[in-house]
Design a protein around this ligand. Structure first.
Ligand SMILES: [Zn+2]
Ligand SMILES: [Zn+2]
Length: 399
C-alpha cells in the first residue's frame, strides 16, 4: 500500500466527507429509526457507483466492493467486513455550532455520524482504487446504543448473505491524541447484564416473626454473598462487578414484607466469567431463600456480550495502523474498558478486532455521551485511511 497515495486520495474527498458528517450530526436518529441516515448512506453509495443492499435489520445497509487485482494464490482472506454504526442518542445537545442537532432530545453524542462518514469515505476510495484481491463488505448498522442492531443484522442473515472471514470495527476515543490508535487482544470491552431477584415469603406481624417467613433475612444473606462471589469464585486476575441499584419492599414499620425485589448489574470481560456470575447469583439467591423457607425468582437479562478481539486479526489491525502512522502511534495492549459495544455479537460469529482512534483532547472531546461532545472532523481522513490500509493488509498480504 502506498500510504501517501491513500491519504492524498482520501484528502481529495475531505470537504465532501465533512459536509456529510455535519449533515448527519444535524439530523440524529436513534434505535432502528435511522431512516434519513440510511437514505444518505444509500444516496452516496449510489452516486459513487457502489452496489449495496438495504433493509437489513430495518435501516441497515451493506455495500460490497470487489477487488480487481488477480489472485496470486497468497491472500489468506477472501472477504472481510468493515462495520460502522449509524445511530444517535436520546440526549440534549448543548453545542451551539452550525452543525448542532436540529432534532430536540436527540444527539450524535457518541460520534457514530463520524463512523458512518469514515466508512463511506473508505468505500469510495476502495471502489475507485480496487487494487486488492477479494471482497470488502461495508456494514452500516442501526441501533448500536442499546438496541442490539448488530445482532439483528446477524439474525437476518448478515454473514450468510455477505460471507466474511473476519469483521472489524472502529470507534473514536475522546482524550486520546489525534493520530493515535489503541486496541488489545482478547477481552477489550465489558458485557453489561442486568438482573432482578424477587424473594417471596408469607410476610406478617412485625411483633410475631415466628408466625411468618421473613423475606428480609434472605435479602441480607444475598447482598453479602454477592460480594463473596466476586471475592471467592471469580479468579483473582479477572475483573468483575456485581452492584445493586434498586431495592423495593415494605409498607409499614411493623409489617414484615411478603415480597422484596432487588435489582442490579453485572460487568465482566470474559464469557466464562459471565456464565459464572449468572450461575452463582442464581444459586446464592435460591439458597438464601431456602434457608428462611422463602422462595426466590431470578430474572437475569443478558445485555451485550464482552468485546473479545481475536489474536490474528488484532495483529492485522496493528499492522494496518503501523503502515499508516507508524508503530509508535498504536498501543496494541491498552487496558480493557468498562464500556460495551454491540460489535461483540459480530465478534462472537467471526474473528475480528475493534480499534479505537484518538478523537483528540479539548473541551469538546472529553468523553462520548456528554452534551457538549463532538466527533473531530480532523480524523475523518485518517479513519478512512485505516479502513483502506486494513483492506490491503487482509486482502493483499503479499504486497
Ligand atoms: Zn455510545
Ligand atoms: Zn458509540
Amino acid at each position: 500500500m502506498d500510504r501517501d497515495a491513500v491519504l492524498a486520495g482520501l484528502k481529495a474527498y475531505e470537504g465532501e466527507l465533512i459536509d456529510i458528517r455535519h449533515d448527519l450530526h444535524r439530523h440524529p436518529e436513534t434505535c432502528y429509526e435511522e431512516i434519513r441516515t440510511s437514505g444518505v448512506v444509500q444516496e452516496k453509495l449510489t452516486a459513487w457507483g457502489i452496489p449495496f443492499e438495504a433493509g437489513i435489520a430495518g435501516t441497515g445497509v451493506v455495500a460490497t466492493i470487489t477487488g480487481k487485482r488477480p489472485s496470486q494464490g497468497t491472500n489468506a482472506r477472501r472477504a472481510i467486513g468493515l462495520r460502522a454504526d449509524m445511530d444517535a442518542l436520546n440526549m440534549v445537545e448543548t453545542n451551539r455550532f452550525g452543525h448542532a442537532s436540529t432534532i430536540p432530545g436527540k444527539m450524535h453524542g457518541c460520534g457514530h455520524d463520524g463512523h458512518t462518514t469514515m466508512l463511506l469515505g473508505a468505500a469510495r476510495y476502495l471502489t475507485e482504487n480496487p487494487d486488492f484481491t477479494g471482497t470488502v463488505h461495508c456494514i452500516f448498522q442501526p441501533a448500536e446504543e442499546g438496541g442490539a442492531g448488530g445482532k439483528k443484522m446477524i439474525d437476518e442473515g448478515l454473514f450468510e448473505r455477505f460471507p466474511c472471514d473476519a469483521v472489524y470495527s472502529l470507534h473514536n476515543k475522546p482524550g486520546l491524541d489525534l493520530g493515535k490508535f489503541i486496541t488489545r487482544k482478547g477481552p477489550q470491552l465489558a458485557c453489561a447484564d442486568s438482573w432482578t431477584v424477587i424473594f417471596r415469603g408469607t410476610g406478617g406481624h412485625g411483633g410475631a416473626p415466628e408466625k411468618s417467613t421473613d423475606t428480609t433475612i434472605p435479602l441480607a444473606h444475598f447482598i453479602l454473598s454477592l460480594q463473596a462471589i466476586i471475592g471467592r469464585n471469580v479468579p483473582g486476575l479477572d475483573s468483575a462487578v456485581l452492584s445493586i441499584g434498586i431495592i423495593k419492599a415494605g409498607s409499614s414499620h411493623n409489617v414484615i414484607p411478603a415480597e422484596i425485589e432487588v435489582t442490579g448489574t453485572s460487568r465482566c470481560h470474559r464469557p466464562e466469567i459471565r456464565d459464572l456470575l449468572e450461575t452463582r447469583l442464581r444459586q446464592v439467591a435460591h439458597h438464601a431463600a431456602g434457608m428462611s423457607n422463602c422462595t426466590a425468582e431470578v430474572l437475569y437479562e443478558r445485555g451485550y456480550p464482552p468485546v473479545v478481539n481475536a489474536p490474528r486479526e488484532t495483529d492485522t489491525a496493528i499492522a494496518a495502523i503501523s503502515a499508516l502512522v507508524g508503530a509508535d502511534n498504536v498501543d496494541g495492549d491498552s487496558p480493557p474498558i468498562n464500556a460495551a459495544d454491540d460489535i461483540a455479537y459480530m465478534l462472537e460469529k467471526r474473528p475480528g478486532c475493534n480499534v479505537m482512534i484518538g478523537n483528540g483532547k479539548g473541551p469538546q472531546f472529553k468523553n462520548n455521551h456528554m452534551p457538549d461532545y463532538d466527533f473531530n472532523d480532523e480524523i475523518i481522513v485518517l479513519g478512512a485511511a485505516y479502513w483502506v490500509s486494513l483492506a490491503h493488509q487482509e486482502l493483499n498480504p503479499a504486497l
